[in-house]
Write a protein that binds this ligand. Structure first.
Ligand code: 6GU
Length: 225
């Protein structure tokens, strides 16, 4: 899968994809993340990318032309399954959406800024709009990194058996059970006996019960779904 991210702040996205699992996924050729600087697609002398809103009001609006030129160039080079606009009023990201997107081919993520993009971009170029939560970030870049991370870790071959996404929180609408590692006792704080028992069936049963209890306590909404 290839993920193209279109942004006013390409440097903001240097780091998230240069470490650990996301870096390894790219090194193995399982995912490719390409960041595009929208400024390179500005046609004006001053490299302008935003302008005042028609009708007045505070805040600048991202212009349609540079976005059109960037998306059109990408679409001429390969096919894309979705052109996603990162915006606080988009569909709320959850594990189901991440799972669904991980099964797609190539994706474009467009990062919003200021008061957002000219509405004609959303009407004519965007196929889907995603938010990562009900709070406002200063731009869509960090949200795009979150979406890309949630997708890439699900691609076949990215995670090993030990880190498998199958046991993640949310993957079966339950949060994950508590985990422990050595030492079995630390300053009087002990690991639950069952985990040291070697009795795998009992351990699985305990983990499931813990997951259900935790989900009821922390995310009761998941149990209704
Ligand atoms: Cl996608 N963008 C911005 N600017 N803020 C957000 C968001 C996106 N998702 C949650 N807050």
């Amino acid at each position: 899968m290839r993920i193209d991210i279109i942004t006013l702040l390409p440097r903001l996205l240097d780091s998230p994809f240069s470490h650990s699992i996301l870096k390894r996924a790219q090194d193995k050729g399982l995912a490719e993340v390409v960041v595009h600087d929208l400024r390179e697609f500005s046609t004006s002398k001053q490299r302008q990318l935003d302008d005042y809103a028609y009708g007045g009001g505070a805040g600048m609006v991202m212009m349609i032309e540079p976005i059109d030129l960037c998306i059109s160039k990408l679409k001429a080079e390969r096919d894309y399954d979705e052109v996603i606009y990162m915006t606080p009023d988009g569909e709320l990201l959850n594990q189901g959406i991440a799972n669904e997107l991980s099964l797609k081919g190539n994706l474009i993520l467009l990062c919003g800024h200021y008061k957002g993009v000219d509405e004609r971009v959303r009407e004519h170029f965007i196929t889907r709009e995603i938010s990562i939560g009900n709070y406002v970030l200063s731009g869509g870049e960090l949200a795009a990194a979150v979406v890309a991370d949630a997708i890439i870790r699900l691609l076949p071959g990215v995670l090993s058996d030990e880190t498998s996404a199958l046991t993640d929180s949310f993957q079966d609408d339950l949060v994950a059970p508590p985990v422990y590692t050595r030492p079995a006792e630390y300053k009087g704080m002990v690991v639950p006996e069952v985990l040291l028992s070697g009795h795998q069936a009992k351990i699985e049963e305990w983990r499931y019960e813990q997951s259900v209890a935790r989900t009821r306590a922390r995310r009761p909404g998941l149990l209704d779904e």
